[in-house]
Design a protein around this ligand. Structure first.
Ligand code: BJW
Length: 246
């Protein structure tokens, strides 16, 4: 087992944490790792999704070739997620929304755990696994933990697909634009638990940095964004985030 010493939060970060009024946070799969949600690419001794090739299953090509296989993949994951709970990282970020006049939480995660921890107005860049969307009329249907998902669209009868963003698809209208605007305006930006490999999400901290924000990464591993960060806190989100806040 890897033994990571507790990171030291700099006086500069503490000063900025108490004085900033506009704070922006981008999260990825690593923020849910301590809840037991597998990550996509590993790191920080997290589990990964069953060794399945997610680039293939979560792709537009697979959606056209074999919608049933795509549903099988998402049904399997929903079954696992249904029993999982938010961890101290989700809880700490839910607390932070009350500390700043402007707080923006943007997630790449589709698991809904930020909302389950109490975070409001979360910008979900890659959709939500608890929704199905009609392939024709785009009508959305909530999928409940304890009921079967609908087989067909209740509006027009056509096929449903998971309401998530697959590789090669555009992100939901408005969300990315709002996130980019908030990134450009923030004074303090946190990048938590993401490998920062997938765009356009990984570009948001770059926007914040270019606009003059102090950028802090929280991750057990280094990422392509580490070099541009003003502070890198090496460790697990659930252990590190509670050390930062007042
Ligand atoms: C911990 C931890 C602990 C572990 N605490 N941390 C520019 C350049 C090159 C390519 C592109 C580009 N712009 C767009 C593209 C194409 C593509 C892309 O980015 N490809 C790259 C892989 C190269 N992007 C897209 O296709 C996007 N669409 C788009 O841009 O449309 C326009 C367009 C299309 C085509 C060409 C050009 C433009 C859509 C992206 C959709 C991503 N979808 C997925 C699947 C969602 C559905 C599903 O769940 O199956 O979203 S992919 C997958 O990766 C998922 C995640 O949200 C996303 C990011 O992963 P994340 O969150 O970073 O997780 P991991 O596993 O990678 O990392 C975990 C991290 O946690 C690690 O760092 C660990 O160390 C850390 N960790 N324990 C804190 N306890």
């Amino acid at each position: 087992m890897q033994n990571i010493a507790e990171p030291i939060v700099s006086a500069e970060l503490r000063r900025r944490f108490v004085s900033s009024t506009r704070v922006f946070v981008l999260t990825g799969a690593g923020v849910s790792a301590e809840s037991g949600v597998p990550t996509f690419r590993g790191g920080g001794d997290s589990e990964v999704w069953k060794g399945l090739p997610f680039e293939v299953l979560s792709s537009t090509e697979m959606l056209q070739l074999d919608l049933a296989a795509v549903w099988e993949w998402f049904d399997y994951r929903r079954n696992l997620l249904g029993i999982l709970e938010p961890n101290p990282a989700h809880q700490e970020l839910a607390r932070w929304q009350h500390l700043f006049p402007e707080f923006t939480l943007v997630t790449q995660n589709i698991d809904g755990l930020h909302q389950k921890a109490g975070s409001q107005r979360v910008i979900e860049l890659h959709g939500n696994i608890w929704r199905a969307r009609c392939i024709s009329c785009h009508w959305c249907h909530e999928i409940s933990v304890d009921a079967d998902r609908p087989e067909a669209c209740l509006q027009c009868g056509d096929r449903l697909r998971p309401d998530v963003v697959l590789f090669g698809e555009l992100l939901p209208r408005g969300g990315l634009e709002r996130a980019a605007e908030k990134a450009a305006q923030c004074q303090l930006c946190f990048v938590v638990g993401t490998s920062a490999l997938v765009y356009p999400a990984a570009g948001l901290p770059e926007i914040a940095k270019a606009a003059g924000a102090f950028v802090c990464e929280v991750n057990p591993e280094r990422t392509p964004l580490s070099a541009l960060c003003d502070e890198v806190l090496t460790g697990k989100a659930g252990e590190v985030l509670p050390l930062i806040g007042i």
